[in-house]
Design a protein. Sequence first.
Length: 809
Amino acid sequence: MPTFQPLLRSFSSCPFRAVCFALLISLYPAHRVLAESGPAPADPASAAAESAVPCDNSSTGSHKLSGLVTDPTRAAIGNARLTFTCGNFVTSTTTDGVGAFSITILDGNYHLQVQALNFSNLNREIHVDSASEATPLNLQLEIGQVSHSVTVSAGSEYAVAETLSGTKTDLPLSETPQAITVVNRQIMDAQNVVKLDDALKNVAGVMPGGYYDGWDYYRIRGFDASFNTYIDGLRGGNGMMEEPWALESVEVLKGPSSALYGQSVLGGLVNIVTRKPVPDRFAHVQLTAGSFSFVDPAIDVGGSLNSSHTVYGRLTALYHSADSYVNYAFRHRYYIAPSLTWKPAAGTSLTLLGRVQRDNGRNAMPLPALGTALPNINGPIAISTYDGELEANANKFSEANQQFGYQFRHAINEFISFRQNARFAWYQQDWNRIYYPSFLGADQRTLYRYPLSWHGPWENHEVDSNFEAHGSFWKMEHSALFGVDYYRHPATARGYIGKDEPLDLYHPVYGANPLQPVELYTTSNTVTQYTGIYLQDHIRLPQHITITAGGRIDFAKNENKGSPNQNDTGLTPRIGITWQAIPSTAFYASFSKSFMPQSGFIYDGSISGAFIAPERGQQWEGGAKSSFWADKLITTVALFQLERGNVSTSDPDHPNFYLVTGTQRSRGVELEATLHPLPGWNLTSAYSYVNAIVTHDTTLPVGTPTINAPKNIFNIWSTYDIQRGFARGLGFGVGGRHYTDQSGDLANSFQLPGYGIVDASVTYRRGPTQWQLNVNNFGNKRYWAGSYSDVYVKPGEPRVIRGTVSWNF
């Protein structure tokens, strides 16, 4: 029996002892769990498969099995999952970008199942014998029926076995020495996700929401990562709100990712994966309507454009219109994303990706802490209170975004492949007299606000090219990666600001005072450029040990018209090890660093000052990834410590300058689990304990917690679809989220109280039609989602009811 005393000592500060005990249980050997809890329920198909082959892998011999997985046109299928089952012994691997796989396996009889997105499963009985001549095992999958939702795991529909973002290669998550969570399309559909924040609430260590409705806001492991959103592995829109309908999944990489992605914040990175063309023809149409005049018609159609299935396309589109629980606030959106894939030959593909998005509306602004999170002598402030103005275009915004990109893949031979991703994006953002809170008057009811207008276009030009090579020498299997990426971000902006204007929050009268003119206060004309060179090697050693080692050098340049250029260089290594000690569990440990340039100046005695040094950080992480009962239960445990240095803080002696002496630290533990105990029943849950504090600062005391970072976050979501009888097609879902207290501002002068929320759903499927009803915040809980200061507190969304009807063709 393993010794858990060191781990128990690490968990001594964890307040939820029952959850922490579950962490230990997840590390327990699989055969003990099975012996003590009995066999897991199985569907008839899987039971038949296991009984069809006598299980005998008692031989001490082992055999290296390799081969290719292709489609009917002999084109390579990447990310195909091969699962070898012999009784309770289960092992698996995935194909790389050229459809190749290689696995060392004990001699014996196995049931092999091959799965790949948009292909029918392949089941085969095989005999592995080290005494026989090695013969490649080449497998061909038939194109399957494509629907709006595609199961990507043999077990839980909520589980994902691999992702490209963690290593930029097709490695399974079990061999990646980093905590990575994937929120797939099934979860987003079941929860009727309409904002990126809604998807991120399922992830351990992530606090979604913030103090403002204008962009996607989230913190990972206690640190702000809102401007660290990637789209298909390339940098995103610098804070613009993404459209969840366009997504196949949301991938969250915990901790530093600079070793592959360059300039990146310490806490983590969110990579959203957009829908891509698939060979089989399909159409999905849906209409969602609900509380606060919410209307959301959407389509997703696609399929092959020729008989040989070498050219296929997809069109995803949506119109969104909704008011808000805040008076006078609203948002409209138009979104269309065409895409086209061409596969001229086996191992070669080109996917073209387009996107047009238009947003406009009036955002809800934050409220003061007095009257929301704190008592007010005048009583509570209604969360529906709008604290802007209504004249003409006051407090309105307009955003436009066009993107064009491509993904190119080519297998040079069976050992070497080439990838190139590129995107060119154009943005235009216009804010007209957005009213920001300034301060609350002594009467605790008069809020003074100042109008801010902001206008500016910007662009993103980026390309990422890499070679991946597979080979063996010295009895080690290598998957090496070498790449270069380039990012260019030209931007111009004009900012206008006005004087404070009062508003009575308890009896607001809009337009009572003449609008003050706004005056130009800033202009900028900048070009930011990042160039990175990265190298990585994933090495499979004997005894089920893998090592992932790599590093990257970055060259950052910021050109600001009228000012000197700022140049920074960063070197960020990463090294990790995984050990599959038993078939069900892989233990891992890793060390990595982060690098993030900053803008601003420090005082050096001159008028202009000196540039701020880049923010740098490092992380130690260890944990275990387990899979039981043929992937019906998948768990991940992670322990981590992050140290963030060169944090910029205001210089108390020199206004408009900064100091970079600040340091912060985050320690914690995360647990995630997906479970598929019975046919039709799926469950996902996550718990995190994060203690993120200031360890050195010129103004803040040591031990001050970082803002919007609850120490404890727990969430759970479960759905059950009735499988037989007169109620077949009826399904139910229920879930809950709990957040403990969080600091309300940088000085921790007040706190937002903890809260819990319950969500629920009902679905009914009949033929190609599905009806779905979702209720968020079922109990209509009044809570505060996030804050920044004593006049920047964001109320949480009250009870929301939405109904959806959809058709699959």
